[in-house]
Write a protein that binds this ligand. Structure first.
Ligand SMILES: Nc1ncnc2c1ncn2[C@@H]1O[C@H](COP(=O)(O)OP(=O)(O)OP(=O)(O)O)[C@@H](O)[C@H]1O
Ligand SMILES: [Mg+2]
Length: 337
């Protein structure tokens, strides 16, 4: 089956005071129908910008889509007219943006925004549309939905606003949902409920999902495939179980080491990746993670590793690294470090 989404060599830059910010660098990946892709990476790794590019919402200027294609069922989202894009957005691709102001219109009530989408994409009008809108708010656990629906976005708390955004994202049963930090401000119980709702929607509608989050735990619970981004690049990608069991990029390994397991908590040993992400106006030559990577070889400091299939790894497991991480870890453990 043809993939539902194909991102090819996407590169996005911003002009900023101090030079050009290389926000998204040659990002390529494909997404199969029904797949759930979790994208993780530190702040500033280009996660949101790459989603904004797909939605045609990179502010230009200062932004610039330097190159690339984003094929949704074979049609390039980057080359569509605004009208074509609007007809796809909502009905075929539901977006939940990280910035509420991108998802929500501050001068319209939540009811107006939901009803408008239901009307445009699903042909629902009048009472039927309102009924469905209330149902959607109930699905994302907004209490007193029939009353709250008449509120404006600013009348909701941050967490409630996030739920409204999710409701809008899933309102028209999209084939593909792209959610950027959609549950970050929610408390753990509500987050678990929303993630369960996502699982249900996936099952019922065979929805394909891209779920962007800082939280490796969320990725583990929801995604079948994980993609790790660093400095605007994909540095590792693969089936979730394989990547968790045997990460091949030192940055992925660091993220997994930082996960607060019970054992680590008890031992009082929570790992933190040393250093800070690079300045994207002047990224280091070679592998951008090299300066923070204790496993880095000389080559890492001078030459950019391409994303390639992991030797002897699970199908679909890809890594960008010059070193053999499992071997290095085994050596390290062997040396009793
Ligand atoms: N409008 C803009 N003008 C200039 N630079 C921008 C703009 N938007 C984003 N950037 C830069 O692009 C880079 C990638 O940002 P992006 O928002 O995609 O990161 P992110 O991975 O989503 O981070 P977070 O986890 O904090 O949401 C950052 O260096 C950011 O400063
Ligand atoms: Mg972001």
């Amino acid at each position: 089956m043809a993939p539902i989404l194909e991102v090819r060599n996407l590169t996005v830059e911003f002009d900023s005071g101090g030079g050009t910010v290389h926000a998204v660098n040659d990002v390529s990946y494909t997404l199969e129908e029904g797949q759930t892709l979790g994208i993780v990476g530190e702040s500033g790794s280009g996660k949101s910008v790459h989603v904004l590019a797909m939605a045609g919402l990179v502010p230009q200027p200062p932004g610039r889509i330097v190159s690339g294609e984003v094929l949704y069922r074979g049609r390039d989202l980057l080359k569509m007219s605004e009208a074509e894009r609007r007809s796809i957005r909502g009905r075929e691709i539901g977006f939940v943006f990280q910035d509420p102001m991108t998802s929500l219109n501050p001068v319209l009530t939540v009811e107006r925004q939901l009803v408008e989408a239901l009307n445009r994409h699903m042909g629902l009008t009048g009472k039927a549309a309102t009924r469905r809108a209330i149902e959607l708010l109930e699905m994302v656990r907004i209490p007193d939905a029939a009353r709250r629906i008449r509120n404006y976005p600013h009348q909701f708390s941050g967490g409630m606003r996030q739920r409204v955004m999710i409701a809008i994202g899933i309102a028209c049963d999209p084939n593909l949902l792209i959610a950027d930090e959609a549950t970050t401000a929610l408390d753990v119980t509500v987050q678990a409920e929303i993630l369960e709702l996502m699982q249900d929607l996936k099952r019922e509608n065979n929805m394909t999902v891209i779920w962007i989050t800082h939280d490796m735990g969320v990725v583990a619970g929801l995604a079948d495939t994980i993609q790790v981004m660093y400095a605007g690049r994909v540095v590792e990608r693969g089936p979730i179980d394989d990547v968790f069991a045997s990460p091949r990029n030192a940055y992925t390994w660091g993220l997994l080491q930082s996960l607060p397991t019970d054992e680590r908590r008890q031992m009082g040993r929570l790992y933190q990746i040393p250093g800070a992400p690079p300045d994207l106006r002047d990224p280091p030559p070679g592998d951008p993670f090299a300066p923070r990577n204790r496993f880095a070889t000389d080559r890492c400091h001078t030459e950019m590793p391409p994303l390639r299939p992991v030797e002897g790894g699970a199908p679909g497991h890809m890594v960008a690294a010059w070193y053999d991480l499992p071997k290095l870890l085994a050596d390290q453990n062997g040396a009793g470090a």
